[in-house]
Design a binder for this molecule. Structure first.
Ligand code: FEO
Length: 397
């Protein structure tokens, strides 16, 4: 019944869209959904590359049964064990008890832990090949992109990289599967958000993988999320390269917390000075309203970061503290950092922000501003001076 999209000669897309989940990993908003991609290679042997979230196993298994048309499934390549891709392995095994599960020793530890599966395993190591007829597949380890067991699979015949999460993005596949057959503009921001939320901590492992892949002739990238990259594969690679080097574009994120608008007025003063001094990309996030997912996306995107917080219970505003924790976990590097804050009777926030910037080894730009209670003329000017200093530093760089 299913008309499956053929990615390349006898390689079919058998993934699914998830339009129902509102939070990926139960944390990150999915306004445009997400796809779980899986690919079936029909050759002398039939090989499936990854499965899908267990919530979609029913439709997934029907697609595979259609494509097999009575033939047997020989291998399942497990590039990644996170349940959004590995969730249907146990059900797949129940349906195809003889399928060999291809993975590395780390895969198999997790396979037993998540699914209790210990037999029918086909272990591969770095550079091993699997000849399935016309296609010759080889396997390369990609630890921490984004779990330790991750590997990628390269089809030397059609020059296709099955890249696991690498080059993935949020967003469902709305009819089309291959990038050259759809308008992909809306995926780029979602790719940055996906990267910053999910892969952001692992810049060095991503760089190591990119270095390894540079030796291969890759014409098509089949990620586990989002479009198949062919026409725009270079752009996808460049985005992952830039983000994993923590290289920000020209622009400034102002992320602030504010209970009664006093810290917010400081943010407004800083932003107006940034604009007057030539900064065109200015994003202001009220941390109580913007989901951290989007704030992280912009922090990964832009070079400048200015954080403001009131003092709350002799500490930072809790939502600001939570944001700092998410930034620190991701080890975001090379940001131009400014900070400001307010207090009613005893100031702590600005000291805490100073310590945070030092811990992150970021360059502090301008003079931090701390105001007591309502905004006064001298502090207003100090905020503008902070914005001007940031603008000049950005232009200098
Ligand atoms: Fe899409 Fe790390 O799983």
């Amino acid at each position: 019944m299913y008309k499956l999209k053929e990615i390349s000669d006898k390689i079919f897309y058998v993934g699914v869209n998830d339009r129902q989940k509102s939070l990926f990993e139960n944390m990150w908003p999915l306004p445009y959904g997400v796809s779980y991609n899986s690919y079936l290679i029909v050759d002398e042997k039939i090989v499936l590359v990854d499965t899908v979230d267990v919530c979609y196993s029913d439709i997934f298994l029907k697609k595979i049964a259609d494509a097999l048309n009575g033939r047997k499934l020989d291998y399942l390549i497990i590039d990644h064990m996170e349940p959004d891709h590995a969730g249907s392995i146990r059900l797949l095994r129940q349906q195809y008890p003889d399928v060999q599960l291809v993975g590395n020793k780390y895969t198999f530890g997790m396979l037993e832990g998540f699914h209790g599966i210990t037999r029918g395993l086909y272990e591969v190591k770095e550079g091993d090949t699997l000849n399935i007829g016309r296609h010759q597949l080889s396997f390369y380890m990609a630890p921490m992109v984004h779990w330790p067991e991750v590997m990628v699979t390269y089809d030397a015949t059609d020059k296709i990289l099955f890249s696991a999460d690498a080059f993935g993005t949020y967003g469902t596949l709305d009819g089309g599967v291959i990038d050259s057959e759809m308008n992909v503009e809306h995926y780029w921001e979602e790719m940055i958000r996906y990267y910053s939320n999910i892969v952001g901590k692992y810049g060095n492992p991503v760089q190591r993988l990119l270095h390894k892949l540079s030796a291969f002739d890759i014409q098509t990238i089949c990620s586990t999320h989002g479009p198949v990259w062919r026409e725009h594969k270079q752009k996808a690679i460049e985005i992952y390269d830039r983000l994993s080097r923590y290289e920000g574009e020209d622009g400034v994120v102002i992320a602030y917390g504010s209970m009664y608008g006093n810290t917010e007025q400081m943010a407004e003063a800083i932003a107006s000075a940034l604009a007057e001094n030539g900064v065109r990309n200015i994003v202001i996030h009220d941390v109580s309203k913007s989901p951290a997912s989007y704030i992280l996306k912009d922090i990964f995107k832009y070079k400048g970061l200015i954080i403001g917080s009131p003092t709350y219970c002799n500490s930072l505003f809790p939502e600001v503290e939570s944001l700092l924790s998410k930034i620190e976990i991701r080890e975001v590097k090379n940001r131009l950092f400014g900070y400001f804050g307010s207090f009613s009777w005893a100031g702590t926030a600005v000291k805490r922000l100073a310590a945070f910037g030092e811990k992150m080894k970021w360059e502090t730009v301008g003079t931090p501003v701390e105001q007591k209670q309502a905004l006064k003329a001298d502090k207003y000017e100090a905020c503008r001076a902070l914005g001007e200093a940031m603008a000049k530093q950005l232009i200098n760089e």
